[in-house]
Ligand binder design. Structure first.
Ligand code: SF4
Length: 406
């Protein structure tokens, strides 16, 4: 039996794609191995969103070439253009790769997922993006928004649930645009409702969603089976910079959306993304961002330093001084630390519902519905199951608790 390994760099969409690839290969009687030295085929799902992602993709491929001299290497994902084909390396896009492997036996969108290393199931509902943020290379690599039909997604979810997954994470490049390429009446809300109609005990977590898409799902946010964890990428809190980035919302609109969410009678963890040092970000614009963040209800901030991507409009602009960049990163990191601390403290003595991932140093470990890691004591449960944990304290930036109930 031929063996294969998969390496994944980047976002949840890449994780979802790699999981599906793994399922297709298992279906075709290939054997999965974590030890890439013994693999006959090695698949690398790359990312190019920043310089660091490029570097990681290159590093992994160079390492593979060194430790395994015979395997065929398949490179796909957004950073494919950084590599060249040779007698061992093949470069192709994800759909072509799947088509080649499945030899037309199974359809891309109706593959039965296998229980893998992950405890949550990443359901890729669409890919591609119709926006053109001036710093972003993704639309050039992923193309326009394409959605997977709801029937296929329902089928995939049912199979995932039958394999023991209890949390389904909806992923894609731009999940808020789901459905519009298939049917005017189809959108994210319609899809979520269809998924929630599946008569089993599970929850749905949404990945990143633009503020301009929230109106579609507002009335679903009180639904208990939707995790109270929202990720709304802000990128900058300066109107001028948002315009320069061509983001599809203003700060005013973003703020109104946040307030609407905060008015819902339910506790939410709201995370965001922030790009520090976009080329035209002066001291004034940075200060505006700092002020906004300090007073914002965010529970965490994913921070990125601006990374010039050739071919994007922002690449034409003068980059900011690297010393300034470092200083600004430091300031935002401090704010993030404080936000996390505050949010975690708000969970003390409350009961949370993590999905169990693994055992670590005598603890069970999982990810809470709010997107924060928790370690807890208690009887072992099945990987992927959701349990109740009473939060007792915070240690090393992690919630510590004790499992309650059965
Ligand atoms: S919305 Fe903007 S940042 Fe996000 S993938 Fe599309 S172009 Fe890139």
């Amino acid at each position: 039996m031929k063996k294969f390994s998969i390496f994944t760099i980047g976002c949840r969409t890449n994780i979802a794609e790699s999981e599906k690839l793994r399922a297709v290969l298992l279906e075709q009687n290939f054997q999965y191995t974590e030890n890439s030295e013994e693999a006959d085929y090695i698949f690398v799902n790359t990312c190019t969103v920043t310089h660091r992602a490029d570097r990681d993709s290159r590093k992994i491929i160079n390492r593979i070439k060194k430790i395994n001299k015979k395997a065929k290497i398949y490179i796909f994902g957004c950073a494919f253009y950084l590599f060249k084909e040779d007698e061992r390396i093949r470069i192709l896009n994800y759909e072509t790769l799947l088509k080649e492997i499945k030899r037309d036996k199974i359809e891309l969108s109706v593959l039965p997922p296998e229980k893998s290393g992950h405890s949550r199931y990443f359901l890729k509902i669409q890919e591609g993006c119709d926006y053109r943020c001036t710093f972003c290379i993704v639309p050039f690599k992923r193309g326009k928004s394409r959605s997977i039909p709801p029937e296929s997604l329902i089928y995939e979810t049912e199979i995932a649930l039958s394999k023991g997954y209890r949390e389904i994470v909806l992923t894609g490049t731009q999940i808020g645009d789901y459905g519009k390429d298939i049917d005017k009446k189809l959108n994210l809300k319609v899809l979520i409702k269809k998924l929630l109609d599946i008569d089993l005990n599970f929850r749905i977590r949404l990945s990143s969603l633009h503020p301009s898409h929230f109106y579609k799902i507002f009335d679903l946010l009180t639904e208990k089976r939707i995790a109270p964890h929202l990720h709304i990428p802000l990128q900058s809190a300066s109107e001028k910079i948002l315009k320069g980035m061509k983001r599809p919302y203003s700060l005013k609109f973003f703020d109104e959306t946040l307030n609407k969410i905060l008015n819902i009678k339910r506790k939410f963890s709201i995370g965001t993304d922030l790009i520090v040092g976009f080329p035209t970000e002066g001291d004034k614009e940075f200060k505006e961002t700092v002020n906004y963040l300090e007073n914002s209800p965010f529970s965490y901030i994913h921070i990125f330093s601006y990374s010039k991507r050739e071919g994007t409009p922002a690449a034409e602009l003068k980059e900011i001084d690297s010393y300034k960049m470092k200083e600004r990163m430091k300031i935002i990191k401090e704010i993030d630390k404080e936000k996390r601390r505050k949010f975690m403290e708000s969970l003390l003595n409350s009961i949370i519902e993590p999905v169990y991932e693994k055992r670590e140093n005598g603890f069970l470990k999982g990810l809470s519905e709010y997107g924060f890691q928790v370690k807890f004591k208690g009887n072992k449960i099945k990987k992927g199951e959701i349990t109740n944990v009473l939060v007792k304290k915070i240690e090393n930036k992690c919630l510590i608790g004790v499992k309650i109930g059965l």
